[in-house]
Design a protein around this ligand. Structure first.
Ligand SMILES: [Zn+2]
Length: 91
């Protein structure tokens, strides 16, 4: 997402990710399946390692990162999400 560039300020970049609650182990909805437990544990841990690597890589290139949980997209969480987005987009 490109934004900014107004008022003589340099353009900044913001990368927005929506992380699935299950796939990225949301602290509220992350579950640990009993069937094939090791497979899922490794799979989800791998996703989290990749998330951190992506964050670090982008930050190192001057791109800010906003990660949104899947559950934050629900209608009842709309106001809180708008606050987060506004904060992230603020110069
Ligand atoms: Zn969640």
């Amino acid at each position: 997402m490109h934004y900014g560039g107004c008022c003589g300020l340099p353009k900044q970049q913001l990368a927005v990710f929506v992380d699935g609650c299950f796939w990225h182990n949301c602290p509220i909805h992350g579950t640990k399946p009993k069937h094939n437990a090791k497979f899922w544990r490794d799979k989800i841990a791998g996703n989290q390692v990749r998330d951190r690597l992506v964050n670090r890589t982008l930050l190192a290139r001057g791109v800010r990162v906003l990660r949104i949980w899947e559950h934050e997209l629900k209608r009842k969480n709309e106001n809180r999400l708008i606050v987060r987005l506004n904060r992230a987009l603020a110069p």
